[in-house]
Design a protein around this ligand. Structure first.
Ligand SMILES: [Zn+2]
Length: 318
């Protein structure tokens, strides 16, 4: 069931509004990457007005699909538990969407990793009453100035209230609202701070940015990510997924086993092609021109990552 809280905004519209969509063919990769200087700032701007869609999943669990990372919401007598915190400027719309579900207070926040589109609301959610839980590298990165070269942007240290008060290294289990939540740290993947959160009884798995459903992923080499790590995490997700499991990606629609399989295959296929071209001595410009991702560019390259930028991140790691 999908409930429209406000008018839906599609990912493509969001990107077009942000001015991030780039027609790749006639622009040299160097020019494409110059746009990254504005990418984070544009995301702040767009998120201020981008609408949030609420989708009920199973039991007392919903997902908020908005401009940044997908938020899972678990409701019940213990108050709301949310997974991820969106971009900071989306606060009014996230807040309205949470209130639309019910009036219960927000008690717990879990961050799937440290990025600004998943931790941006940490401070206000904490002020609203949430304790924050994350993998220890999330706290490490958001507690000090952290540069992401892939975005040409340095994120300033967050205030004390935005930092996780509880962190763990590898595993953590939490009980709330008649649900068991099992968290596990991935080997370095999209970053070095990625975790998944498994709602055992509902069989729902939030995998953060280790899975972008039908979108090319951003890969953060500055804090431990790599294309091989991203593929390794996709393999780990496939090893865990069941036929009936619902999988919440960091970005894109809620999916399942077949979508995870497709994501792994697309990433591995492009990685192998780019690696072969690089081995032949091709420059990044030549690799982009060879269009090794042509098969999926139209469907997968309209979001946060256009094909040339994604190929640049793959090239960097092979
Ligand atoms: Zn991320």
């Amino acid at each position: 069931m999908v409930t429209e809280v406000t008018t839906e905004i599609s990912r493509r519209k969001f990107v077009a509004a942000a001015g991030l969509a780039v027609a790749g063919a006639c622009i040299a990769p160097r020019d494409l990457f110059a746009e990254e200087d504005h990418l984070v700032k544009d995301a702040f701007k767009v998120a201020a007005t981008a609408k949030i869609r609420v989708q009920a999943l199973r039991r007392n669990i919903s997902v908020l699909l908005g401009p940044g990372g997908n938020i899972a919401v678990l409701t019940g007598p213990d108050g709301k538990l949310v997974i991820d915190a969106e971009i900071v400027t989306s606060r009014p719309n996230v807040s309205a969407a949470l209130t639309a579900i019910n009036a219960d207070p927000i008690k717990q926040l879990i961050n799937t990793h440290w990025h600004f589109d998943h931790t941006g609301g940490n401070a206000w959610l904490h002020e609203a009453g949430a304790s924050i839980l994350a993998q220890e590298n999330t706290r490490k990165h958001i507690s000090k100035d952290t540069r992401v070269e892939g975005w040409h942007y340095t994120f300033p240290a967050m205030p004390a209230g935005a930092l996780p008060s509880t962190v763990f290294q590898e595993d953590y289990t939490l009980h709330a609202n008649d649900s068991t939540l099992v968290m596990k740290h991935y080997l370095p993947a999209h970053t070095d701070s990625d975790i998944d959160v498994h709602f055992l009884e509902a069989d729902i798995l939030h995998v953060g940015d280790t899975f972008w459903n039908r979108n090319y992923p951003f890969i953060d080499y500055s804090t431990g990510g790599s294309i091989d790590g991203q593929i390794r995490a996709a393999e780990a997700n496939l090893a865990k997924v069941t036929d009936k499991m619902l999988v919440i990606p960091g970005h894109g629609e809620v999916g399942g086993k077949a979508d995870l399989l497709l994501f792994r295959d697309v990433l591995a296929g492009i990685r192998d092609k780019v690696a072969a071209l690089k081995k032949q001595g091709r420059s990044l410009e030549e690799v982009v021109a060879a269009k090794p991702s042509a098969q999926t560019d139209q469907d997968w390259g309209n979001g946060f990552m256009n094909p040339a930028r994604f190929l640049g991140l793959v090239y960097q790691g092979v």
